[in-house]
Every structure is written in structure tokens, then in C-alpha cells.
Design a protein around this ligand. Structure first.
Ligand code: NAG
Ligand code: NAG
Ligand code: NAG
Ligand code: NAG
Length: 244
């Protein structure tokens, strides 16, 4: 500030002018400083907010990351659990299947043994069982049925010859017990080709003879049938499984 010390109005005015100029400058400077301060303060707030925003974002990202990690871990462990469950089921299924196969195998082995043991014989498409006991015709038939078979039904010369070679005096599945003189096979078919022995059937016993057996060692294997009393207990029997 210029201060001139002299007497006179003009000088005083000059001093005053200078003073007001200085005052104006001072006010200006102050105002600017205040403005700057405000600006600086304003920019400080924005920075803080940005800082907070970044912080919050970072925090959110961390939370997201953790959530994602946990989710993945859970998903992965769920997937593993599912896989383990599937493998367990597979294993149990296979074990069960193995058990079933073992049972089937044992069943079949038993069946095969039963057939070979008890001398089932194959001819054409049938299996034949020759008894080693003696029973009535009815009891013989019952035994065959129990074996999943029936008394033999003879459909051809070849079968007649085959059966003739098997045993002494066996019962076969032929009877006229339902209607005298009307011979019927156990499978329900009527008799068409017969191989009766000489002068048979004769229904010779007191109470009749309604069941058929084969004589042993006749001259011809094509002439050996004989009717006998069905309750005769001195005969063996032959069972047949058709298509066995
Ligand atoms: C196990 O067996 C069940 C029933 O037979 C079947 O539905 C399932 O698909 C099987 N599972 C596997 C894994 O083999
Ligand atoms: C095995 O045989 C038994 C009795 O004979 C029967 O109950 C079962 O069903 C059979 N199992 C198979 C798999 O053939
Ligand atoms: C063999 O079996 C078939 C069917 O049962 C029959 O048609 C055929 O006459 C039989 N052949 C002999 C030689 O017994
Ligand atoms: C067969 O039955 C008749 C009566 O129906 C009887 O007289 C006879 O003694 C019986 N024969 C045998 C071997 O049981």
C-alpha cells in the first residue's frame, strides 16, 4: 500500500484510492483463496467418495468371489456325491445280477444233474425217463407228472422201436378206462397206429384190463403191447417230455 505523507486534498484522495484498491485486491485475494479452499475441499470429498466406492466394490467382489467359490465347491461336492451314489447303485445292481445269475446257474446245473442222474434219454425231439421201480399205472403217471413229464405217447414206428429197447414191461400212456374199447393217449389224442401183441387187447382180468404196457423180448418190436389191470403193481414205466 502506497502512503504518501503530504498535505493536500488530492493527496488524501490518492491515499484513499490506493487504500480502496488495496482493499479490493485484498478482498479479491481472500475470495480466491476461499474459492480455492472450497474447490480443494470439494475435490477432497469426491476423492473420498471414489475411495469408498472402490472399497465397497472391492468388498463386493470379495464377497462374490467367496460366494462363487463356495457355490463351486458345493456344486462339485454334489456332483461327486451323485457320482458316488450312481456307482453304489451300479455296484449293488451288479451284485444283485451276479446273485441272480449264480442262482440261475445253480438251478440249471441241478436240472442238468437231475436229467443225467436219473437217466433221461433223448430220442428225436423228446426226453424219456425209465423208472427203476414198480408202480400201478396211476401212480406211475403221477410220478411222470411230478417230473414235468407224462407217460410215454407213441406216435411212430421209430418211437415204438426205441421204447421197446428201453425196459422190461413198462407202462405207456395209453388207456381205455374212460370208455371200454376206446383207447386214448394221456395227451388226449386217440389211438391211430397200434402195436398190439398177438390176441391183445383182451380185457382179460376179472375186473378188466384198461391200461397198456409193453411185453419184453417179443419177436417183433412192432407187436408187443398188452392191456393189463391198471392196479397191477409189477410194472415199471416210461415218462416222456415232448420237445424236452
Ligand atoms: C439299477 O437297477 C434299477 C432297477 O433295475 C434301475 O432302474 C437302475 O437304472 C439301475 N441303476 C444303475 C446305475 O445301473
Ligand atoms: C431257481 O429255482 C427255484 C426253486 O426251484 C425257483 O424258485 C427260482 O425262481 C429259480 N430261480 C431262477 C433264477 O431260475
Ligand atoms: C420226431 O418228432 C416229430 C415232432 O414231434 C414227429 O413229427 C416225427 O414223426 C418224429 N420222428 C420220429 C422218427 O419219431
Ligand atoms: C386190483 O383191484 C381189484 C378190484 O378192483 C382187486 O380185486 C385186485 O386185488 C387189485 N389188484 C392189486 C394188485 O391190487
Amino acid at each position: 500500500m502506497a502512503v504518501s505523507v503530504s498535505a493536500g486534498d488530492s493527496e488524501i484522495i490518492e491515499v484513499e484510492t490506493n487504500l480502496s484498491e488495496d482493499l479490493a485486491n485484498y478482498v479479491n485475494t481472500k475470495t480466491n483463496t476461499a474459492k480455492k479452499t472450497v474447490a480443494v475441499q470439494k475435490s477432497g470429498t469426491a476423492g473420498k467418495m471414489l475411495y469408498i466406492l472402490v472399497g465397497v466394490s472391492f468388498g463386493l467382489m470379495c464377497v462374490l468371489q467367496v460366494t462363487l467359490n463356495i457355490s463351486l465347491r458345493l456344486a462339485h461336492s454334489n456332483f461327486l456325491e451323485e457320482q458316488i451314489k450312481w456307482l453304489e447303485t451300479s455296484y449293488n445292481n451288479l451284485t444283485e445280477e451276479k446273485k441272480q445269475l449264480q442262482i440261475s446257474y445253480n438251478n440249471l446245473t441241478k436240472e442238468r444233474d437231475k436229467f443225467t442222474e436219473l437217466e433221461w434219454r433223448k430220442f428225436n425231439s423228446s426226453l424219456y425217463y425209465i423208472s427203476n421201480e414198480y408202480k400201478t399205472w396211476e401212480d406211475s403217471r403221477r410220478d411222470c407228472l411230478k417230473r414235468g413229464a407224462d407217460l410215454a405217447v407213441i406216435n411212430s414206428e421209430e418211437e415204438q422201436v426205441f421204447i421197446s429197447q428201453l425196459n422190461t414191461k413198462p407202462w405207456i400212456g395209453l388207456t381205455d378206462k374212460d370208455s371200454e374199447g376206446t383207447w386214448k393217449w394221456v395227451d388226449g389224442t386217440p389211438l391211430t397206429t397200434a402195436f398190439w401183441f398177438t390176441e391183445e387187447p383182451n380185457d382179460g382180468a376179472v375186473n378188466g384190463e384198461d391200461c397198456v404196457s409193453l411185453y419184453y423180448h417179443t419177436e417183433s418190436a412192432l407187436k408187443n403191447w398188452n392191456d393189463l389191470a391198471c392196479n397191477n403193481t409189477e410194472l415199471m414205466w416210461i415218462c416222456e417230455i415232448v420237445n424236452g
